[in-house]
Design a protein around this ligand. Structure first.
Ligand SMILES: [Zn+2]
Ligand SMILES: [Zn+2]
Length: 128
């Protein structure tokens, strides 16, 4: 268990209240409204602790900034290559995917699955 921290609680409750998968910079700007003297370094440190502790998910995208997710229940992501937004795709294929892999003799603890392409909003704009 992590020691209680007001700053970490604020970061966690902000992340649980949105589904936009913000970057550390966005989280910093939002949490600063409630805790004006918080620093970006503190935000980074707490995000690291929270993700190591399994309370949030860190989504890494190579060279661009990580995005953070307060929703740790099984779901997948759709990354739009036009607007760069990350959307939740709520479907749980855990059992099916795991049994396919177990049949190959592996013992999976988890998996990551991500879709890339153009989101609904951007599809609409392309048609217009
Ligand atoms: Zn889009
Ligand atoms: Zn998500």
């Amino acid at each position: 268990m992590l020691k209680k921290s007001m700053q970490r609680d604020e970061i966690l409750s902000y992340l649980k209240s949105v589904n936009t998968h913000p970057t550390a910079e966005t989280i910093y700007m939002e949490v600063k409204k409630a805790i004006p003297d918080i620093s970006l370094a503190t935000v980074y440190r707490n995000l690291k602790l929270l993700s190591e502790n399994g309370e949030i998910l860190e989504l890494t995208y190579g060279s661009s900034s990580s995005r953070f997710d307060g929703n740790t229940s099984p779901h997948y992501h759709f990354v739009c290559e036009k607007c760069k937004n990350v959307y939740d795709i709520m479907m749980d294929l855990t059992d099916e995917l795991h049994s396919m892999v177990t049949r190959e003799g592996y013992l999976p603890y988890g998996h990551r699955l991500e879709f890339f392409g153009v989101c609904k909003d951007c599809c609409q704009k392309l048609k217009a």
